[in-house]
Design a protein around this ligand. Sequence first.
Ligand SMILES: [Zn+2]
Length: 272
Amino acid sequence: MGLDEHITGRTLAKVEVFHPRAIRRHLLGAGDFVGRLSGREVVAMSRRGKYLWFELSEGLALLAHLGMSGQLLIQPDGAPDEKHLRVRFRFDDDGPELRFVDQRTFGGFLIDDLVTVDGTALPAAVAHIARDPMDPKFDAAGTVRALRRKRTELKRALLDQTLVSGIGNIYADEALWRARLHWSRATERLSAAKANEVLTAATDVMREALDQGGTSFDALYVNVNGQSGYFDRALAVYGQEGLPCGRCGTAIRREPFMNRSSYFCPRCQRRS
Ligand SMILES: [Zn+2]
């Protein structure tokens, strides 16, 4: 059962903030945060990129970013508190509560207004973020055109959340390997067919990660059990430095990329 099924249709009652960092982006502070949530019904849950939000009654959204280590957990009323419990959301029906647990507290919440962009209601803070390839309204042809108009390296474009969201560092490396493209390939020199191929590969990788997570659309970023299944599965290149490429046997190579790493096969993914 996905997070959305646990939460939608229920009315928030008591909300407790245990660490101010978890609502640091809600500038009006904890008193305002708690006061505005109490009594609101959760109408729907949506996601864009690494943000997810609960659409609330009366045009408001409770927006969450999970950061590096944040988790949203559903726990029975009265279950022992987690060591890194930061925010607790109780509902008026005494059913299971929603908890935000984050060891490093890079993640957090804010309450935002909903605005309408292309016929879709979005929190104002995420209105600039593009749809992800799993989104039913994702415009693949338009994204291919926009990607080829960029004058940048291919992997930077794949990670650019204003172009396409949801493709992280790992998914990008796996998709580039599948499409046999080097991460530093210039986007303006990419054919439409190859651009489409790498976006399709990224979609496949994301879909497989979802299947692995098993539950619902939120499994990419959140797992009700607090684990990401995808990192357990065999990856073709990410983290595989020195190991043989599954296609050609050449040792996988690692290069520094924006304070992180890019993993690729030097034979299958030539630089140009
Ligand atoms: Zn290879």
